[in-house]
Design a protein around this ligand. Structure first.
Ligand code: HEC
Length: 249
């Protein structure tokens, strides 16, 4: 089969095999996008809302980290609160707030030995972090600053490579639709612009939490423009007015 697709030719006049291919591709991308949104909701949105956080707070926490908190302090105030006396807790938190340094550990080490290592040691066999010395305690005493730069680089490059191809294909199909040229150009560029804003803001949010709003609006803009790229060609291929000037396929 030979395909002649002239710029401006009507999608509805394409040969049936080409229409079916485009349709299957666009629908599959749409389903993939819905699945991605659902996944994002269950991983990033729902758990944070259950904790009483807004979506933006959740994004902030994901990329900026919980700077005021450590796993150790969170546990001492939360699940492990009953395992330590209030005086000892105050001492440990004091040590944490002062940088959790090796020098001060001598003062708090015995508290861990007394109250924690029954369970938190390799010997107990429990799947929880051992706390039998400075090295082990410092692993849960590190301030959470969000994902490392190499984590961000890994997630970013996978997203950028994958998503640029998807937008190239949806954009190429959309380019065949009948839409005023300025709008067409804008809608083809928008998913790329929004993914730059979105992924770029992951990096900036690590340092400046306000950018969580850009992460959110970049994602929203991408959704809207991708929806236009999928729905307009689908509509014009099957439901829109047929083009009389082009040969029917
Ligand atoms: C009776 C056993 C027991 C004792 C004693 C105990 N813990 Fe735990 N700890 C657990 C278990 C089980 C978990 C994991 C379950 C959970 O998170 O609810 C846990 C979780 C934790 C975590 C969270 C780990 C993470 O993944 O973030 C920290 C930190 C912690 N404990 C610190 C302490 C400290 C500090 C003490 C001493 C003051 C202590 N625990 C005493 C059993 C114990």
């Amino acid at each position: 089969m030979e395909l002649h697709i002239r710029a401006g030719s009507s999608l509805s006049a394409l040969p049936a095999p080409a229409k079916v291919l485009f349709t299957c591709f666009l629908i599959t991308i749409g389903l993939g996008y819905l699945a991605a949104i659902y996944y994002l909701f269950t991983i990033d949105v729902d758990p944070h809302e259950k904790m009483g956080m807004s979506v933006v707070n959740g994004i902030e926490m994901k990329y900026h980290g919980e700077r005021g908190n450590t796993r150790l302090e969170a546990a001492l105030r939360g699940v492990m609160a009953g395992r330590i006396s209030p005086e000892d807790r105050a001492k440990v938190i004091d040590w944490l707030r002062n940088g959790a340094a090796k020098e001060g550990f001598a003062a708090v080490g015995p508290i861990f030995d007394k109250d924690c290592t029954v369970c938190h040691s390799a010997k107990s066999g429990l799947p929880i972090p051992p706390l039998t010395g400075f090295e082990e305690v410092s692993k849960v005493a590190r301030v959470d600053t969000g994902p490392s730069l190499s984590d961000l680089a890994r997630v970013s490059h996978i997203h950028l490579f994958g998503i640029s191809l998807i937008f190239a294909l949806t954009g190429a199909i959309f380019a065949l639709s009948r839409v005023p040229r300025n709008w067409k150009t804008l809608i083809i560029a928008l998913p790329y612009l929004s993914i730059w804003a979105d992924i770029g803001s992951w990096w900036i949010t690590k340092y400046q939490p306000l950018f969580a709003y850009i992460v959110l609006s970049g994602g929203g803009l991408m959704g809207v423009s991708l929806a236009a790229q999928l729905l307009i060609p689908l509509w014009q291929m099957w439901l829109g007015p047929r083009d009389q000037t082009a040969p029917a396929g």
